[in-house]
Design a protein around this ligand. Structure first.
Ligand code: SAH
Ligand code: SF4
Ligand code: F3S
Length: 482
């Protein structure tokens, strides 16, 4: 594992463009290319952006060269995030100039967390950008594009009307871009009120907001009908979810999961990312009682030293985190634990770092993400004086990752010999290879897998556990037809 997480790899929204029947009669066919960076919520948001643009005559394409409108959906969590966006914009400016020389128009938009953080500054530094839109106003994209079409010189929108956004996104049945395979994301909660001292999210995504239960059930039912078997509930603090149900009652994530579990066809439920402080009894009980809830939990702790946790404003201790995991494991003994770690937070001593290693040794993670602390402008920790040297951070990260990798390998190897249900959602390298996910979110490779299992669940006997994946064979008799 490196200091990057899978979730920060640039992810392309999958699949082909939208159907032409979405276009109002007479509207010209235009093409939008959306490039996605950052977390799964950005992946979800990009799909929704494609959804709102489709009825306005925009079909999604797979390369910037084909597009009339290029939209970068950005992430601000890592170092130099903004700089990377500016250099990408430099390349796009040249593309825009080439097009202009041919008499063609290319629109460039920046969405997501860097757009939110940079605002007006973005158009000053990169005048080729026509549109800057924060994560909470993208439902108004068609209106912005219409204004640009009518000669507006450029638009910057970074308000926070999160409620308005979800209400005005197309209804579930219109969400073609969300249901292109056996797995889908579903944003249930957005924003964060916790203000960890290192983190930009409360500034870029705004305060916590939970979507109403009825809307979510409707969206999940539409996904299930479109063939989705596994839904991952998303939120920056997903377990802080407290949406209203149709009777106006407050519903926790545990309650929402129970309602979702009743939807026919939906076989698996996951959720990410959780905060240790919001892991309540109802959610823990759901892990014991709801079969469709997968035995995997991403529960970031960040550090093992209480002094550092306090400086991070995490509002939990190493001990309270460990006791919490004990309770979760009592409810679901085989649960695979995952987490996030930051090494080299300002003022972290070797002793503090050792406490992180001790905590990891005690928890035994199935998988984890770990990062060097990187100062984010505007966050309290960025202006702390006792910043650590880069070499110290790198050296500690290496030691932590060596331990986490060892634990991941041990977890994967211990799966050998077991039979587990795998949901096949990707095609592998070889002709007949299918790749799927185990209940514990491991990638499982199966050679010679029957094609009809694509998009379905099947029982697999695990032969080998490797550093990052498992390998197995289909258990012939147990092939499910769902
Ligand atoms: N809401 C989630 C985390 C969202 S950010 C939570 O509270 O757990 C994803 C991860 O990025 C964080 O868990 C943290 O480990 C890492 N991260 C955030 N800001 C960072 C920074 N300034 N430097 C290094 N890592 C950071
Ligand atoms: Fe960031 Fe902390 Fe909020 Fe997570 S809980 S999004 S790390 S401020
Ligand atoms: Fe990045 Fe914003 Fe997600 S900063 S991690 S895209 S919430």
């Amino acid at each position: 594992m490196s200091d990057t997480s899978a979730s920060e790899q640039p992810t392309q929204p999958e699949g082909p463009g939208l159907e032409s029947s979405d276009r109002p009669a007479g509207a010209p066919a235009r093409k939008i290319f959306i490039k996605t960076y950052g977390c799964q919520m950005n992946v979800y948001d990009s799909a929704r952006m494609a959804d709102v643009m489709a009825p306005n005559g925009y079909a999604e394409v797979e390369t910037p060269e084909e597009a009339d409108f290029i939209l970068l959906n950005t992430c601000h969590i890592r170092e130099k995030a903004a700089e990377k966006v500016y250099s990408e914009l430099g390349r796009l400016r040249r593309l825009k100039e080439e097009r202009a020389a041919k008499g063609e128009r290319l629109m460039i938009g920046v969405a997501g967390c860097v757009a939110q953080a940079e605002g007006e500054e973005m158009r000053r530094r990169a005048p080729a950008v026509d549109l800057v839109v924060g994560p909470q106003t993208y439902h108004r994209l068609p209106e912005y594009v219409a204004r640009l079409d009518n000669g507006s010189p450029g638009i910057v929108e970074t308000e926070f009307p999160v409620e308005a956004k979800f209400e005005s996104l197309p209804m579930a049945e219109k969400r073609k871009t969300l249901a292109r395979g056996a797995t889908a994301f579903l944003t249930v909660q957005e924003g964060c009120d916790k203000f960890c001292a290192f983190c930009v999210v409360p500034y870029t995504r705004g305060g916590e907001y939970s979507r109403p239960v009825t809307r979510l059930l409707g969206e999940a039912e539409a996904l299930a009908q479109a063939g989705v078997r596994e839904v991952t509930l998303l939120g920056q603090n997903v377990n802080a979810y407290h949406g209203e149900d149709d009777a106006g009652r407050d519903t926790t994530l545990g309650g929402l999961i129970r309602r979702l579990a009743e939807i026919p066809g939906l076989e698996r439920i996951r959720y990410t990312t959780s905060h240790p402080r919001d892991m309540d009894d109802e959610l823990i009980a759901a892990h014991a009682e709801v079969d469709k809830l997968m035995p995997y939990l991403h529960l970031p702790v960040q550090a093992g030293s209480d002094r550092i946790l306090k400086a991070m404003n995490r509002k939990h201790t190493a001990e309270s985190y460990l006791r919490l995991i004990e309770r979760i494991r009592a409810a679901r003994p085989d649960i695979a634990m995952s987490g996030d770690f930051i090494v080299g937070f300002p003022g972290e001593t070797e002793e503090d770092f050792q406490a992180t290693l001790d905590l990891v040794s005690e928890v035994k993670y199935a998988q984890a993400y770990s990062f060097k602390y990187s100062p984010r402008p505007g966050t309290p920790a960025a202006t702390e004086e006792d910043q650590l040297a880069e070499e110290v951070k790198s050296e500690r990260l290496q030691r932590l990752q060596a331990l986490l990798n060892e634990q991941q390998l041990a977890f994967n190897r211990a799966c050998a010999g077991r039979v587990m249900p795998v949901l096949f959602d990707r095609r592998g390298r070889g002709d007949a290879q299918l790749v799927g996910r185990s209940p514990y979110l491991q990638s499982v490779h199966v050679d010679e897998a029957p094609e009809e299992l694509f998009g379905r669940l099947a029982e697999v006997v695990i032969d080998e556990g490797h550093a990052n994946s498992l390998r197995g064979r289909i258990v012939e008799k147990a092939v499910q037809t769902a």
